[in-house]
Design a binder for this molecule. Structure first.
Ligand code: AMP
Length: 217
């Protein structure tokens, strides 16, 4: 099964993709994580991506498409995948479709996680993440038991450089201009599952799993 998790920054794609991937035995491929790993390692890719990420802009299509398709090609043909954060532009969606056709594969379903704009901004600007296991926390909604430490693994919590209020606003703008058109693209292809992304984490995960198994939302 090849699935895309689509939604605005802060909609919970990463959190949900991790939970659903575990439950449905799928590989979680997150373009943002691939960029952050490259950045941590100080590779050419990381250096290229850095300035775009810091400004809340998209990394150019050519670089992003190559990175994600390379990653997919390292996974076995039988491996099911959840793509999280990719595609984010029509050009990326088209390049993905084309690459999959060559492997006689296709995207099966797109889970569109829908969250209101006010809620998105609130979530993005209060988010802290574990440096070690990537578990997300929120200063108001889900604070850690010990300030600055991950409940799950004791790792150090940090705020992503692009999770400040200003950058969060920019990322939402970019999402509405460049990524939201993908909702229509996948709706027309008959692949879109619309999921209510507000509520408790486990409630949302079970909505997604149920919709994916049934093939409709
Ligand atoms: P994310 O962790 O998905 O919110 O991504 C963090 C940042 O990485 C984004 O704000 C972009 O700068 C970059 N990025 C991640 N995925 C993509 C993509 N599919 N296309 C372009 N840039 C991306």
């Amino acid at each position: 099964m090849y699935v895309i998790f689509l939604g605005a920054p802060g909609a919970g794609k990463g959190t949900q993709a991790a939970v659903v991937a575990k439950e449905m035995k799928l590989e979680h491929v997150a373009s943002g994580d691939l960029f952050r790993q490259a950045l941590d390692k100080g590779t050419e890719l990381g250096k290229l991506a850095k300035s775009y990420m810091e400004k809340g802009q998209l990394v150019p299509d050519e670089i992003t498409i190559r990175m994600v398709l390379d990653k997919i090609s390292t996974l076995g043909k039988q491996t099911g995948i959840i793509l999280d954060g990719f595609p984010r532009t029509l050009a990326q969606a088209e390049a993905l479709d084309k690459a999959l056709v060559k492997q006689e594969k296709a995207i099966d379903k797109v889970a569109y996680i829908k969250v209101g704009e006010k809620e998105l901004l609130k979530r993005l600007s209060g988010r802290w993440i574990c440096r070690n296991c990537q578990a997300p926390y929120h200063i108001i909604d889900s604070p850690p038991k010990v300030k600055g430490k991950c409940d799950a693994c004791g790792g150090e919590l940090y705020q992503r450089a692009d999770d400040t209020v200003e950058t969060a606003k920019k990322r939402l703008e970019v999402y509405f201009a460049q990524t939201a058109p993908l909702i229509d693209y996948y709706k027309k292809a008959g692949k879109l599952l619309e999921i209510n992304g507000e509520g408790k984490i486990d409630e949302i995960s079970s909505r997604i799993v149920t919709a994916l198994k049934a093939g409709h939302s």
